[in-house]
Design a protein around this ligand. Structure first.
Ligand SMILES: [Zn+2]
Length: 67
């Protein structure tokens, strides 16, 4: 019960989630710590197993650092 590992996001939940910017589907990142928009590449963090689908919280991949 005290384990702190991140539980995987339900696939059903993934189906209804979408990037708030371009309304495109998002996919779980390889490290399962975020959800990446397949269109714009924004990565939305997952906190305590809950996806934070906020533009202000989104980050870009390393190579895309411009605003
Ligand atoms: Zn997007």
């Amino acid at each position: 019960m005290s384990e702190n590992n991140i539980s995987e996001i339900d696939k059903e939940l993934l189906d209804i989630l979408a990037c708030p910017v371009c309304k495109t589907e998002v996919k779980l990142t390889e490290d399962k710590k975020g959800l990446r928009c397949v269109n714009c590449g924004r990565i939305y963090p997952i906190r305590d197993g809950i996806p934070v689908m906020l533009v202000d919280e989104a980050t870009f991949t390393d190579n895309q650092n411009k605003g």
